[in-house]
Design a protein around this ligand. Sequence first.
Ligand code: PMP
Length: 283
Amino acid sequence: RICYVNGQFVSESNANISIFDRGFLFADSVYEVNLVLHKALIDSQGHLTRLAYSLNEVGIPMPMPQDELMAIQRAIIEKNQLVHGAIYLQVTRGQDADRDFLPSKTIQPNVVIIPQPKNLLENPLADLGIRVMAFPEIRWAKRNIKSTGLLGAVLAKQAAVDNGFDDAWFIEAGLVTEGSANNAFIIKGNRLITKAPNAQILNGITRRAILTMATTHGLTLEERDFSLDEAKSADEAFVTSATMLVIPVIQIDETIIGDGKPGALTKQMRQIYLDTGLNHQLP
Ligand code: PMP
């Protein structure tokens, strides 16, 4: 793979970052995962706007204008002949001379961009659905910032897989916040229910696209908290993310959702997302 590191395109074996990088030492960094389908960036503007938001929230300067980041991502697609997959983009606060919580004022952000080829369109989980395990919300309080401090998500995912599940849903005070790396949705009748965006969740780019599509396809939208119990009694459930797109949830803990197969409306949501995927417009 050809990657981008601080102004240079390099092979992955030559892509190096200092051991004093603050992203490495403190997870003092933010990231984005941009979707690529048919060699095109999907909702890239949304991802870059969210990157700018994350950077601003933690006081890391935007390393370059958004259109330059866009151009680098396009170059990564070309240099790697990337057809379907993701582009991982990370900006750290930079590196100091030594490990110190207080960053020096003169450091420059480190920017790393990595292509991740994957046939996201033919994901077997789209037909199988996934089984999710409820897991206590152990992450920090600012989950609307896309920080690389992901230990909570790693532990949740590991626990889920160790227990025979595919993924975890975080539970806070009996309420579902989101999946380990995706947003959680339930459907009851023709009502699509998902948590309203606040600091408890990452406001997914795919989530926003789905909400726009859902209302134009006759679903009633309820952006509100929902409990684990309500989720278990839902007709359908699914998760969204840039790399999963829309993936049905067929089981939560020991409870089978609906008839244990991907729900009809969920499948429709995935299809609509794919059909319109190259022209997503965020509100
Ligand atoms: N929530 C979390 C915690 C995530 O890590 C992700 C994926 N980055 C999402 C939601 C989904 O966001 P998006 O649709 O922008 O990929």
